[in-house]
Design a protein around this ligand. Sequence first.
Ligand SMILES: [Fe+2]
Ligand SMILES: [Fe+2]
Length: 186
Amino acid sequence: MTDKERFIGLLMMAAGNRQGFSDFVEWLEDTDFFEAPASSKYHGSSEGMLCRHSLNVHYRMQSRQAECNARGIRPESCIVAPLLHDICKVNFYVKDGEKYKYNDKLWLPVGHGERSIMLVQQHMTLTEEEMVAIRWHMGAFDDAAKGGSRTLSEVFRRYPLALMLHLSDMEAAYLDEAEEQTCKKE
Ligand SMILES: [Fe+2]
Ligand SMILES: [Fe+2]
C-alpha cells in the first residue's frame, strides 16, 4: 500500500461522511500534496515527505488514543487533525535543482495553521476542536505565541487535542524523521 492510499483510506474512514469530502480529496489530488517535501531544508526535505510526515503525526497521535478517549475527544478528530494539519504546505515548495525552495507565487499568504484550515474548509467542514488544534499545532513556535500572552496556555487547557497534536507533530519531526526518510523507493 502506498502512502497516498494509506492517507486517503484513513481520511475516508474518519471524514468520509462529511459534506464536501469527495470535493476535498479531488482538490488535494490536483495539488502536489502526495509528492511534496515537508520542508525545504529541515526534516523531511525530500519528495513525498509531506504526506509521510502527516501519517507519522497520525501514528504518534494513535499512541494517545486512550488519552483522547478519556478527554472525550471524538475519535475521528484524532485522525482528521494530524492528517490535515500541514495542508498549508501544498504547492508551497518548488524544485530548485536537486533541492526545494519556497514558491514565491504562493497564494493565500496567511499564517501556517490558518492556511491549512482555510484550504480544507473551502471544500470540507472541520469541527471547532479540529480548527483550534490545527491553528495552534506549532505551539510556542508559532509567531503569535508571545511571551506573557496566555493565549497558548488557554488553548491547551481548553482543547487538549491541540496539545496532543503539537506533541505528536514534534515527535514525528524530531524523532521519527530525525534520520531522513525517503519515499521514492517505497
Ligand atoms: Fe506544521
Ligand atoms: Fe507538521
